[in-house]
Design a protein around this ligand. Sequence first.
Ligand SMILES: CSCCC(=O)C(=O)COP(=O)(O)O
Ligand SMILES: [Zn+2]
Length: 209
Amino acid sequence: MTRSDETNVAFACRALLKESIRYAEMGWMRGTSGNLSLVLARDPLRLAVTASGVDKGELTAADVVLVDGAGTALSGPAPSAEAELHARIAAVAGAGAVVHVHALAPVLAAERWPGGVPLTDVEMLKGFGRAAHGDKVVVPVIPNDQDMRVLGDAFETGFRADTPALIVSRHGIYVWGTDLRQARHRLECLEWLLRFALATSAEHPERGM
Ligand SMILES: CSCCC(=O)C(=O)COP(=O)(O)O
Ligand SMILES: [Zn+2]
């Protein structure tokens, strides 16, 4: 690692630590689940990603790994097992930050709508970068797989530039943005929207959303 890589990773570490503590406190990173990444350079692609198998609510500077565009570690311990998918999302969507959490609502919503979760006519959609009314949002759902290339191909097949999220069924959700803050705002709003969709479809099963 060069001196500037080290400086960038140190900056990323502080930012990732702050975000992951918040997500852990929300119960969205139970045990060692979830992972976060921040793009440090585009050409060639370089990301700081959380290490694999650690409690993301207890991250230290030693738990942030510099990876390349294939999710391969360039320094430090083993990166997240999902680092390759983070890199793929960053490359395809042009995201500056990608967050992955194991919140329950996205996984339940994927069970209810395995072909994609429809969302429309709710004010909170603005927090996801979409119109509150008339905009028919469908959050893509893909089957889980242990092969990140399989997940990456499925993500790319359903990718739409206006929908910065991906649910992996029976697993969790990925949300991205220009930076960690925007990704967080989108995730928090989307998680609310998914809970709303589940609650209202349970009350009115004929309606869907
Ligand atoms: C304990 S959850 C199973 C792995 C997973 O889905 C996850 O998000 C955490 O994996 P990582 O390698 O990033 O720790
Ligand atoms: Zn996961």
